[in-house]
Design a protein. Structure first.
Length: 355
């Protein structure tokens, strides 16, 4: 009798434990498919992940996943079990899905699919081929309001790299990459021009040897970094730069060349990297620049190519009614190059001095 009572008590406790363990569990149901007319290999695998994408300064945290192995053929119907207690008000969540074959990425989602935000529409994911150019249907909407700042921690070869990108409606950009696992100097700035290509991608052309490709997603709420050929990166690691709540431009510090002039106590420079005309602050090493320019110019007001190490910082406008302007602060004069002009491509190294 005692043994029977103990067995029944044990069974009751197990039942209560199972109920307690599942009471806080949620399930996210959805389907995924692709448009290509392609049969998957019999041993291909499908996986969908529920990710917390709230933090731009950290890789997306995975709250749950559903795996179908073998995947079969589309559409893929899945259910992601997750812990309700891990879902916090005010955070952003999304589902990302992939199809792989023996470790090789075949299909992936190429935009953000928001979830757990009160939406009641069925979750339907569209996968795109990882081996093709992004189509017009997968561009993810426009860029939204500009100027805007985007941030995200992306994987590097030996370090996590924090990207901060400022995009301006006039077509120029500022980029800062910080290698988080390396000692200083671990921060590098770049400026240049950006454009949209025929596939809807953003192309950054600055001082780097190769252009940087990005794909707008979620109506401009994020940018997805692509590989050097402009196609999705075959990795489950984070590749998203998230739009920041406010425009927070950096103040780039870098080597610069540009067409400089000074006249009537007003100095300006047209930067070779992005063709912007900005005022030059009369501080730091400005006096050395002015003296070298005055000695080399052939007539007042003539533009000469100069090379400097400098900071592009916000300074009050010369006109009191105007907002602060981006201004070049010359930290070190490198040289003045009479007879030279900006190259067709952004100049990244000073020309050799004549004679």
């Amino acid at each position: 009798m005692i043994r029977l009572i103990l067995c029944r008590l044990t069974a009751m406790l197990c039942t209560l434990a199972c109920v307690a363990g599942t009471a806080s569990a949620g399930t996210l149901q959805g389907t995924a498919t692709y448009r290509e007319r392609m049969m998957l290999p019999p041993d291909a695998a499908f996986e969908a992940q529920l990710q917390d994408i709230s933090r731009a300064d950290a890789p997306a945290a995975v709250l749950g996943r559903a795996r179908i192995d073998p995947a079969g053929q589309p559409p893929f119907r899945f259910g992601i079990v997750y812990d309700d207690a891990a879902v916090k008000p005010g955070s952003r969540y999304a589902v990302r899905a992939t199809v792989t074959h023996r470790g090789r990425l075949l299909f992936t989602t190429d935009r953000i699919y928001p979830v757990l935000d009160g939406r009641t529409a069925p979750l339907e994911l569209l996968l795109v081929s990882a081996r093709r150019e992004p189509s017009a249907a997968s561009r993810g909407g426009d860029l939204g309001t500009l100027p805007a700042s985007f941030e995200g921690d992306l994987p590097g070869a030996n370090s996590s790299i924090r990207w901060h990108l400022d995009l301006y409606r006039e077509g120029h950009f500022q980029l800062r990459t910080t290698y988080l696992d390396k000692p200083a100097p671990n921060q590098f700035d770049d400026i240049g021009r950006w454009s949209r290509d025929g596939s809807g991608r953003i192309v950054l052309r600055g001082g780097r040897e190769a252009p940087v490709f990005l794909l707008p997603a979620d109506g401009g709420a994020a940018l997805r970094k692509l590989d050097l050929q402009g196609t999705p990166i075959e990795s489950a690691l984070n590749d998203i730069l998230t739009r920041q709540p406010a425009f927070t431009p950096i103040e780039p510090r870098l080597f610069l060349t540009g067409m400089f002039t000074t006249l009537a106590d007003a100095a300006t420079i047209v930067l070779c990297a992005d063709r912007r005309s900005v005022p030059v602050a009369m501080e730091a090493d400005y006096k050395a620049l002015e003296a070298a320019y005055l000695q080399a110019r052939s007539r007042p007001g003539k533009h000469l190519l100069v090379s400097v190490e400098g900071l592009l910082a916000s300074r009050p406008s010369m006109e009191e009614s105007q907002p602060p302007r981006t201004t070049l602060v010359v930290e070190r004069l490198v040289g003045v190059w009479p007879g030279q002009r900006c190259a067709a491509k952004s100049a990244t190294n000073p020309p050799a001095p004549k004679g």
